[in-house]
Design a protein around this ligand. Structure first.
Ligand code: HEC
Ligand code: HEC
Ligand code: HEC
Ligand code: HEC
Ligand code: HEC
Length: 175
């Protein structure tokens, strides 16, 4: 017969392990509905900028270590807007940010919690997944809104389609 103390230790260990791995995973997100158009401090239009031939990567460079796509600095905007549409009130506002050395506070649209590991480099550069698979047809949008889910169910069902792994530690390891 195992001693009472031994049994107690086992119980403690099992419940500790349980608390680590089997906190109830979040509800499936099958019923995702797109979000409303997001109003930004300067009304940035992806469609018109795609039409003049600026590439996604010019503004979202996916720099080392590659987790984030990144947002452009106002300095980048001013490379063109020093001259282009310089008399537009929106561009004037842009120039004010640049003069003060501050950035517009772009409202974030796609964001995962810190407990989740995600890499743009792995998905886009290495696995070749197009931006539009996760963000919709951005080049056709005048105003962005969240049009695809970035919740756990959406991640896992795409991994299933691509025969990519779906172990808990893949996305929840502390990298
Ligand atoms: C490669 C050059 C280029 C860069 C870089 C660029 N733009 Fe533009 N932008 C344009 C052009 C060209 C237009 C005019 C498009 C049209 O109306 O046909 C424009 C139009 C605009 C307008 C509309 C102006 C108006 O009132 O009609 C805004 C606002 C704007 N850009 C903001 C930005 C912001 C913010 C950034 C940086 C994140 C940026 N642009 C970066 C070329 C650029
Ligand atoms: C001239 C610079 C510029 C270009 C080119 C550009 N973007 Fe953006 N992008 C921005 C700015 C500024 C924002 C923040 C304002 C907004 O949400 O519209 C943004 C926001 C985004 C967001 C939302 C980020 C968040 O908060 O979660 C996505 C997704 C995105 N862009 C994808 C793309 C894709 C895909 C392309 C190519 C088709 C592209 N962008 C081209 C400047 C640019
Ligand atoms: C496999 C899905 C996926 C693909 C492919 C993808 N993204 Fe993202 N994107 C995400 C997720 C998830 C987030 C939220 C990440 C976070 O919060 O760390 C995000 C966030 C962003 C952001 C917000 C700012 C940032 O630095 O993360 C921008 C901008 C963006 N993506 C642009 C792009 C562009 C441009 C491409 C193509 C070159 C692209 N994404 C490809 C899923 C994707
Ligand atoms: C459009 C399909 C798609 C979506 C959506 C998607 N992934 Fe992936 N993911 C992939 C593919 C493809 C791979 C590459 C698998 C391989 O290398 O075999 C991958 C690989 C990964 C990896 C492994 C990275 C590494 O370092 O090896 C992680 C972590 C990951 N995804 C997290 C996420 C998270 C978190 C989300 C949701 C926010 C997500 N993915 C959404 C397709 C997707
Ligand atoms: C492909 C990526 C991916 C995999 C694999 C994955 N998750 Fe997640 N998980 C996420 C994302 C993204 C979120 C945050 C968004 C949400 O709540 O849906 C999340 C959230 C969670 C949360 C909620 C945390 C909170 O703050 O409420 C728990 C618990 C969780 N996951 C457990 C698990 C378990 C257990 C497994 C293995 C069966 C697993 N996850 C596998 C991407 C993943």
């Amino acid at each position: 017969m195992p001693s009472a103390r031994y049994v107690w230790m086992v119980v403690v260990c099992i419940s500790w392990a349980g608390a680590q791995v089997s906190r109830t995973p979040p509800k499936p997100d099958r019923e995702f509905t797109p979000g409303p158009p997001v109003e930004q401090p300067v009304p940035f239009n992806h469609k018109t900028h795609a039409e003049v031939g600026v590439e996604c990567r010019d503004c979202h460079p996916i720099k080392e270590p590659g987790d984030f796509a990144g947002l452009p600095s106002v300095e980048k905007c001013m490379l063109c807007h020093q001259t282009i549409k310089a008399d537009s009130p929106h561009v004037e506002r842009l120039a004010e940010y640049a003069a003060k050395g501050t950035e517009p506070e772009w409202k974030r649209i796609y964001q995962v919690e810190e407990i989740v590991y995600f890499s743009h480099e792995v998905h886009h550069d290495e696995a070749g997944v197009a931006c539009s698979e996760c963000h919709g047809p951005v080049a056709e949008r005048e105003v962005l809104f969240q049009e695809r889910s970035v919740r756990m169910y959406a991640c896992m069902s795409c991994h299933e389609r691509y025969a990519a792994p779906n172990d808990c530690e893949l996305c929840h390891d502390t990298h």
